[in-house]
Ligand binder design. Structure first.
Ligand code: MN3
Length: 243
C-alpha cells in the first residue's frame, strides 16, 4: 500500500512544500461548510431540487425567497463578520457557535444569528426531498420507536412544540447522551451552541410558511412530514452518535 509518507519520500523532501503548499493550522481546520477560494469564505449551498419540487407542501415562491434571499443574507452577513476579523477564517461555523463567548465582542451576535442561520438552513434544504415523506426508515425509525413509542406520538409532540414556540425559531430533534429529545430554539440559535447535535429541525419562522399557510403554522408543520428525507436524517443521526 502506498502511504502518504511513502509518496512524499518518492517525491523527495524538497518538493513537499511546493507540491502540497505549506501545511498550516488553517488547512487542517477546513470543514465541509466553507471553502478557501475568494474573499468570501462561506457560500450559499445550491438547492439540489427545483423551487417547485416540494409542492404542494412547500410552494415554489416560498422556497425561492427562503433560499435565495433569507439564507443568502445569513451567508452575506457571516462573511462580513469573518472578513472583519480574518483570524476567524480558520474556524468552521460549528467551532464558532461552540465558542461564541470567545469571539470578538462586536461579532458575537452577528455570528450567533447568521452563522446559526447558515448552518440551520444548510441542514433544512437537505433534510427535505421531493421523494421524501412516509414512515421513518433505518436506525432513526427504531430510535424514535424506542424513545417516543410510535412515529405518530413523536410527530404530534414535535408539531406541538413547534406550534407553541412563541415568535421565530426552530423545533429540533437532538441527541443527548444517546437519548433523543425534542427541543426548540429562538431566532437562529443552533442546538450546537448547547453541545447538542441537531439530527433534524423545522424552521418555524413565518418566512418559511406565511405565503402559503399565513397564520396556520400547525398546517405547515403537519405538511412538512410529506417532504422529510429520512435518508439524510439517518445520515445525521449516525453522525450524531459519532459526535
Ligand atoms: Mn428560514
Amino acid at each position: 500500500m502506498t502511504t502518504r509518507r511513502n509518496f512524499l519520500y518518492l517525491l523527495g523532501a524538497g518538493t513537499t512544500v511546493t507540491f502540497f503548499g505549506p501545511v498550516t493550522k488553517a488547512s487542517w481546520a477546513i470543514s465541509i461548510d466553507k471553502t478557501t477560494t475568494g474573499t468570501d469564505l462561506f457560500k450559499l449551498p445550491p438547492l439540489t431540487y427545483d423551487y417547485n419540487a416540494l409542492e404542494p407542501h412547500i410552494d415554489a415562491t416560498t422556497m425561492k425567497f427562503h433560499h435565495d434571499k433569507h439564507h443568502a443574507a445569513y451567508v452575506k452577513n457571516l462573511n462580513a463578520a469573518v472578513n472583519k476579523h480574518p483570524e476567524l477564517k480558520t474556524k468552521s461555523v460549528k467551532e464558532m457557535l461552540l465558542n461564541l463567548d470567545k469571539l470578538p465582542k462586536d461579532v458575537q451576535k452577528v455570528v450567533r444569528n447568521n452563522g446559526g442561520g447558515h448552518l440551520n438552513h444548510s441542514m433544512y434544504w437537505k433534510i427535505m426531498s421531493p421523494k421524501g415523506g412516509g414512515e421513518p426508515t433505518g436506525k432513526i425509525a427504531t430510535a424514535i420507536k424506542t424513545q417516543f413509542g410510535t412515529f405518530d406520538a413523536f410527530k404530534t409532540q414535535f408539531n406541538e412544540m413547534g406550534t407553541k414556540l412563541f415568535g421565530s425559531g426552530w423545533v429540533w430533534l437532538v441527541q443527548e447522551k444517546g437519548q433523543l429529545k425534542i427541543m426548540t430554539t429562538s431566532n437562529q440559535d443552533s442546538p450546537i451552541t448547547r453541545g447538542l447535535y441537531p439530527i433534524m429541525g423545522n424552521d418555524v419562522w413565518e418566512h418559511a410558511y406565511y405565503l402559503k399557510y399565513q397564520n396556520r403554522r400547525p398546517d405547515y408543520l403537519s405538511a412538512w412530514w410529506n417532504v422529510i428525507n429520512w435518508n439524510e436524517v439517518n445520515r445525521r443521526f449516525e453522525q450524531s452518535l459519532k459526535a
